[in-house]
Design a protein around this ligand. Structure first.
Ligand code: EPZ
Length: 414
């Protein structure tokens, strides 16, 4: 999807089943490079980043096939150690192949990853952790070369990096002894990765806590149902809140979304949680106070842009503090073009609610920024054209069809 045209002013209403999580399926797909047998993944989201990852796996010699939301991956045969640079450069999570290939082959030649531009996004925590475990790391010609199977030992992460935690767990699958990761990230997607690995015979304990221990064990194929996507759910809730609508979400884990649903409740929405469902009834919106992003279980950085978009017409001033990424307000100029009143200073943003927004022609900047632009366009008067809308395809499956199913007026070109 290159261009998305949205005519705003209609409340979104209906029911959606939440798709499988992008940020769970991507590390799990990377992990299959370490699994010497057939793997079946169900509830996979039909997103471009998953398709690119499957192409990376096939380039390494694994077999990958997709049927709807079911992915079959077989890594029984020999697996290469050098992912395709052109493909790897299209997403950040390609770097997770490093840990899996070290576990499988004791070697990896990693191209630099791509992904959303949210700041520097260094890789020092990944590499320092591997070196701590005895892996030899060097940079040569724009690639990162790693040699040697990890030894056992303890790694202390100076900040709870999701990717570094996942990469170290994957590398530890092939270590010569137990590996402890202290200061680990606690995101639910990491626990889902561990659940998958344990089904494959691994021994990963403590995932979802700051201390994860991986004990080497023989690995085999398995089946796994991917965790529901809490960020897709957050995006739809924000769209319903912004348009004065009503939405029921099914097949999710409401407790994983609570910092977002509580913010929307403080902003005036009615929120009802079921065991695996969540209903939102929009009300007149008011500023919910300071929203400070942080590592799980704090308010998630990936929800910052969608929630900001939902509150552009809320009464009062909403303040955001973005503590995770140093450049995650790239969506703000586009929201201003729609009439929003937003001031930013470094990691701080302040949104003053306006009575109305108007359509404009804007360009998407990154995945969640693009989602924010859609949400703002849905609550604006008139037509908005969003170019570079392909950002949405990376992380939201069947986006237009699902948007229209809720009553939105949306057309795509190209
Ligand atoms: C994961 O990215 C997610 N991506 C991101 O979601 C999410 O925003 C992020 O975690 C934080 O929750 C996937 O899971 C595929 P980090 P990741 O390493 O692993 C710094 C989306 O929209 N850092 O936890 O790259 C880093 O610069 C995407 O779905 C280092 O300093 O995030 C950042 O400031 C966007 N050195 C902070 O840690 C390192 O070696 C958190 O980054 C690694 C990270």
């Amino acid at each position: 999807m290159e261009i998305l045209r949205i005519t705003g002013g209609r409340p979104l209403r209906g029911t959606l089943r939440v798709q499988g999580s992008k940020n769970a399926v991507l590390p799990i797909l990377a992990a299959t490079a370490a699994i010497p047998g057939p793997v079946t993944l169900t509830n996979c989201p039909p997103i471009r980043d998953a398709a690119v990852t499957c192409a990376l796996l096939e380039g390494l010699g694994l077999k990958a096939s997709a049927r709807g939301s079911r992915l079959e991956i077989d890594g029984a045969g020999p697996v290469g150690s050098a992912p395709d640079p052109a493909l790897a450069g299209r997403l950040r999570s390609s770097f997770l192949l490093l840990g899996a290939l070290l576990a499988r082959n004791g070697a990896a030649e990693m191209p630099l990853p791509g992904g959303c531009v949210l700041g520097a996004r260094p890789l020092d925590l990944h590499l320092a952790g591997l070196e701590r475990l005895g892996v030899r790391v060097c940079c040569e010609g724009g690639r990162i070369l790693c040699r040697g199977r990890p030894t056992g030992g303890t790694v202390l992460l100076r900040c709870p990096s999701v990717g570094a935690t996942e990469n170290l767990i994957l590398a530890a699958l092939g270590a010569s002894g137990s590996v402890r990761i202290l200061g680990a990230a606690r995101e639910p997607e990491i626990a889902d990765l561990a659940d998958f690995l344990n089904r494959c015979g691994a021994s990963v304990r403590g995932a979802g806590s700051p201390c994860v221990t991986v004990t080497p064990a023989p690995l085999h194929g398995a089946s796994h149902r991917v965790l529901p996507d809490r960020m897709e759910a957050a995006t739809w809730l924000c769209a319903a809140a912004a348009t004065g609508g009503e939405l029921r979400l099914l097949e999710l884990r409401p407790e994983q979304l609570r910092p977002v649903s509580e913010a929307l409740r403080r902003a005036g929405c009615g929120i009802e949680e079921g065991e695996t469902s969540l209903r939102l009834r929009a009300g007149p919106l008011r500023a919910p106070g300071l929203l400070r992003t942080g590592p799980y279980p704090a308010f998630p950085t990936d929800a910052q842009a969608p929630v900001m978009a939902a509150l552009l017409r809320a009464e009062g001033c909403t303040r955001f503090e973005e503590t995770v990424f140093e450049a995650r307000f790239r969506h703000v100029p586009a929201l201003r073009a729609l009439g929003a009143e937003i001031e930013t200073a470094g990691r701080l943003a302040r949104v003053r609610g306006v009575k109305r927004l108007h359509g404009a022609r804007i360009a998407a900047t990154d995945l969640r920024g693009a989602a924010a632009m859609v949400i703002a366009a849905l609550s604006a008067e008139g037509e908005t054209t969003i170019t570079q809308a392909w950002h949405l395809d990376r992380g939201y499956g069947r986006f237009i069809r699902r948007l229209r199913s809720l009553g939105a007026e949306a057309e795509e070109d190209g």
